[in-house]
Design a protein around this ligand. Structure first.
Ligand SMILES: Cc1ncc(CN)c(N)n1
Length: 227
């Protein structure tokens, strides 16, 4: 069994909880409130900005050109393609994408980003791959599942979102998994334990990100700007 298969098996209860989450179910049945879509896009725009920077740190730790190329392509993907699912949510919510950019992070989004940044600065390339993998993997599976279960046509409000993530043939998940499997063959037991821990925490944080958007999560005390 490859290491990525082992990771997926351990994370199965978290993947199932994500599929059942009311935000994900809301994408499937087209029933999400405007504020929930707006909160998600505001937070995800900042999350993806941080992801680009984390890829930059990952590149600084690469020894092989192929690894640099893999991360570099992902940066372009976020910059040039991953704006489409955001635009889909904005259209349904009736707001301009530009209006939702530059907002402060909610607690769960901040926690997720800090988790990835810590591992990016302190960990090996294998640990970095493990902490980043739940991001593409959970969305790919959500997309495929929603295509199978909701079978959306073009009239579905979230058709673009669902097909964007579910129809990927050039999946980065597959590339990350084979690179992790390769890395794990050479890794010590201790490093593999760390990789698993980072992976599982990121899976939990993927769940928390959906929950944050669904519940419009905020900091407990709202502060006014002091003049
Ligand atoms: C929080 C989160 N996780 C994953 C993805 C898919 N790249 C995303 N856009 N946002």
């Amino acid at each position: 069994m490859g290491f990525s298969v082992e990771l997926r098996k351990e994370a199965n209860p978290i993947f199932n909880a994500i599929f059942e989450h009311p935000f994900v179910q809301g994408i499937a049945n087209g029933e999400l409130r405007k504020e929930q879509l707006i909160h998600y896009v505001k937070q995800d725009f900042e999350y993806l900005n941080s992801f680009i920077k984390i890829y930059g740190i990952a590149i600084s730790k690469c020894k092989k050109r192929e690894d640099m190329d893999m991360f570099n392509k992902q940066i372009s993907f976020i910059l040039n393609s991953e704006t489409h699912p955001h635009n889909n949510f904005c259209q349904v919510a009736g707001v301009a994408y530009e209006e939702l950019q530059g907002f402060p992070l909610s607690p769960s989004a901040l926690y997720y980003i800090r988790h990835m940044l810590t591992i990016a600065y302190e960990g090996t390339l294998g640990e970095i791959l493990a902490v980043l993998l739940p991001c593409p993997w959970t969305y790919w599976e959500i997309g495929k599942k929603l295509i199978n279960e909701a079978n959306p046509d073009r009239s579905h409000p979230f058709y673009q979102w669902i097909t964007f993530y579910g129809n990927r043939t050039d999946s980065i998940t597959t590339k990350f998994c084979s690179r992790i499997d390769e890395w794990a063959k050479e890794a010590t037991v201790k490093e593999k334990e760390k990789m698993k821990e980072h992976f599982l925490i990121s899976c939990q944080l993927e769940y928390m990100f959906w929950d944050m958007a669904y519940k419009l999560e905020k900091w407990p005390v709202q502060l006014e700007a002091v003049k």
